[in-house]
Design a protein around this ligand. Structure first.
Ligand code: SF4
Length: 409
């Protein structure tokens, strides 16, 4: 895979070579088992896959290139570059300003922009409407477009489904930048509706089967359907695409469920299913699949607790947290600073959207076993900080260099 030129301070002298070591020994990515870092009194199991993905590294490279190539110019990011506070904070410290927040609310009016300004499109992509607005102001929306190719793949898939006269059901978080962008692109070729989860999909099914009145659809799915969407007409032939970072099992269940609804409602068998349901594979990206599969593999090892690092608004990270917290105590933290001491950790509950405090999170017995991973937008340097902080709580630990040497000999 292509390598990118990103600032060294996002890399780690521990994590980056470890990942490279595992990658070289398993180029076909068949081995999802974690890497054991055995410090003696504490054992850290590091997931096989985590951290900066292709799309994030690509976006980070382009953003720093934009800064280097445009001294003296005003540089704007359409919204958060990726969902990581370190990366966004570093770009802001270099003078980059955000035009919108992650929900699409305007922070700086587009009318303040002039053709001399530089606008960077984030990895999630953007809506056609925003692209057109910026282009109409004379801004170049192509030069620093960092839209991930795996997001564009979803747009293409939606387009293909639409061209075959299916409506598109997008499984995603309705307010997430990527889903808003996908919705915008999809509706150009097909009637489109967004479902956020299985509960909402089951409600949608009731409009497919005419169990609920059409009028209720417009209220229930307000803001989630394309202009002119007619549930009676537009739910007869459907296909599913999804936000690239959803939980694979959720997306699969939603597609399977909708297929069954169509089969039963239209009494379909064999090839006739295609007449009402586009049989497509999910549009999760490789990084989401790898990171989730590596998390499942990580969770096969008994451990005392898990630490998952990432931005609190990161969709892919929250799904890794979901997988971990179903099995053991899990702490979702932005950085090592959230580990206040060996008895106190500040961590995010993404269900209530609140940071909470847990005391005595490290058990008294020895050795303590910790699972460690992070989302696709989290730099290796952040994971290193967490690893060193945790290891530092155990005075008789082996040194990092000794542990690395044992692994990489
Ligand atoms: S998580 Fe997937 S879709 Fe998102 S930027 Fe990374 S590779 Fe692209």
């Amino acid at each position: 895979m292509k390598s990118f030129d990103i600032p060294e301070y996002y890399r780690s002298r521990i994590i980056t070579p470890l990942k490279e070591f595992r990658r070289k020994r398993d180029k076909l990515k068949r081995d999802f088992s974690p890497t054991l870092l055995d410090f003696g009194p504490v054992r850290v199991l590091l997931a096989r896959h985590f951290g900066f993905c292709y799309g994030v590294e690509n976006a980070v490279e382009i953003a720093y290139k934009a800064i280097a190539e445009n001294p003296g110019k005003r540089i704007f990011l359409l919204s958060e570059m990726i969902h990581n506070p370190d990366v966004n904070g570093d770009l802001q410290s270099r003078g980059v300003r955000f035009l919108m927040d992650t929900k699409g609310r305007q922070l700086i009016p587009f009318s303040d922009l002039n053709p001399n300004d530089v606008v960077i499109i984030p990895a999630f992509g953007t809506t056609l409407e925003t692209q057109q607005q910026l282009a109409a102001l004379g801004l170049d929306v192509v030069k620093y477009d960092t839209t991930c190719p795996f997001v564009e793949k979803v747009w293409n898939k939606a387009g293909q489904i639409g061209q075959k006269n299916y409506s598109v059901i997008v499984h995603g978080k309705p307010s997430h930048e990527e889903t808003r962008a996908t919705f915008s692109h999809s509706k150009e070729t097909a009637p489109t509706v967004v479902v956020k989860d299985m509960a909402q999909t089951q409600r949608l099914a009731k409009y497919i089967t005419h169990e609920l009145p059409v009028e209720a659809f417009y209220e229930e799915f307000a803001g989630q359907y394309s202009v002119g969407f007619d549930p009676t007409r537009d739910l007869q032939r459907i296909g599913v695409v999804n936000q690239t970072t959803m939980l694979a099992s959720d997306t699969q269940s939603i597609a399977d469920y909708l297929k069954q609804v169509m089969i039963q409602h239209y009494d379909l068998t064999g090839d006739s299913v295609d007449a009402h349901f586009a049989n497509t594979r999910d549009t999760l990206c490789y990084a989401t699949n790898d990171n989730q599969d590596a998390t499942y593999a990580l969770l096969t090892s008994p451990a005392d607790f898990a630490v998952v690092a990432g931005g609190y608004n990161s969709s892919n990270t929250s799904h890794i947290v979901d997988l971990c917290e179903a099995k053991l105590p899990t702490y979702f933290i932005e950085s090592a600073q959230k580990i206040v001491s060996d008895t106190l950790i500040l961590h995010f509950d993404h269900h209530t959207k609140q940071e909470i405090t847990t005391e005595n999170f490290i058990p008294a017995h020895r050795p303590v076993t910790i699972l460690l991973t992070c989302g696709a937008s989290c730099p290796d340097a952040v994971v290193e900080g967490i690893l060193l902080k945790l290891a530092g709580f155990f005075p008789d630990s082996k040194s990092v260099d000794d542990v690395l040497e044992t692994i990489m000999q």
